[in-house]
Design a protein around this ligand. Structure first.
Ligand code: GDP
Ligand code: ZN
Length: 305
């Protein structure tokens, strides 16, 4: 029976009330609903989310259905509320990188918070890119002393200024043809950066500041926004406040790449918590000045949470 006409591959951009907006590989925007089996999975918690690569079918009546969801390359996961079960909730799929934006000043960079963002990203096994915006406001020496631990830890740090245009081309280059999640504290210039890259980009970023309605995190789903030069950025209030997500402290030592790289030298190797153990390579390196004391202090603070 030729009920099904054409099979297409696409990317889920977002969902509202059981309707999925899908961008096909040919650039067509269609609304699709879930095939029965997928609907069942939806109820058991295995949701179809923004970023999912799907196969869709055009039905006889012209409507579209999502038939299959391709295995995900990466997931940005947030634990569902209710600590007991700790059920993972996938926010967005197939993320290539999380771009963490901080300002050089106004607001002053809170590296504790930056470290917290990085731990959350590491725990999701997604590459992080650090963007320091508003660089024209501070002296080079100040930037260097605040942010030098990050390249040392293995992170790329991009310096930008919406005011002078510095670093904007490089940022475009890093976003091009990738699926990125943009996050960072309010007021650092996330929406300004995106508007400079793509005037008229209608992001929700920047709308809310200060007060946070925690309950909304679980109900508002992510959306992907198409970049005209190629690629997508994900936008959702829950992602914007990534800094408030709960950190899984159990494997915290694995989420500091520069500690991870040295733990084989610790007497207790991967079991070392780098706090009190004798012959701890991480503590020795901090004392010797080859690991950042600020990063180590962030680590201890997060362990204490
Ligand atoms: P968001 O909350 O992270 O989206 O931040 P916004 O994009 O709304 O920017 C917050 C404020 O910082 C606005 O007043 C912007 O004009 C300003 N701003 C953004 N980028 C720069 C920059 O590179 N230099 C300076 N001096 N101000 C900037
Ligand atoms: Zn150690």
């Amino acid at each position: 029976m030729a009920r099904e006409t054409a099979e297409l591959t696409g990317t889920v951009l977002g969902t509202t009330g059981g309707v999925y907006e899908v961008e096909t590989e040919g650039g067509l925007l269609v609304e699709a609903s879930l095939r029965g089996r997928l609907k069942q999975e939806q109820r058991t918690g295995d949701r179809v989310v923004a970023g999912d690569r799907v196969e869709i079918l055009r039905q006889e009546d012209g409507s579209y259905t999502i038939e299959t969801v391709r295995p995900r390359a990466a997931e940005l996961v947030r634990c569902a509320p209710g600590r007991g079960a700790k059920r993972a909730k996938v926010i967005v799929a197939n993320v290539d990188q999380v771009v963490v934006v901080f300002a050089a000043a106004h607001p002053p960079p809170n590296t504790r918070m930056l470290d917290r963002f990085l731990v959350l990203i590491e725990s999701n096994q997604i590459p992080a890119l650090i963007v320091v915006n508003k660089i024209e406001l501070v002296a080079e020496s100040e930037l260097e002393s605040t942010f030098s631990p990050y390249p040392d830890a293995g992170y790329e740090v991009l310096r930008t200024s919406v005011k002078t245009g510095a670093g904007i081309d490089q940022l475009r280059d890093r976003l091009k043809d990738r699926e990125s999640v943009l996050t960072g504290p309010s007021g650092v210039g996330k929406s300004s950066l995106l508007n400079t890259l793509q005037p008229g980009l209608d992001l929700r970023i920047g709308e809310v500041s200060g007060t946070v309605d925690k309950g909304r995190h679980t109900t508002v789903s992510a959306r992907l926004i198409r970049l005209h030069f190629g690629g997508w950025v994900a936008d959702t209030p829950g992602l914007r406040e990534l800094g408030l997500w709960e950190v899984d402290t159990e494997r915290l030592q694995d989420y500091f790449p520069e500690f991870r790289a040295r733990s084989h030298e610790c007497r207790f190797a991967s079991r070392c918590t780098h706090t009190h153990e004798p012959a701890c390579a991480v503590r020795l390196a901090v004392d010797a000045g080859s690991l950042s004391p600020a990063r180590y202090q962030s680590y201890l603070a997060m362990r204490g949470e």
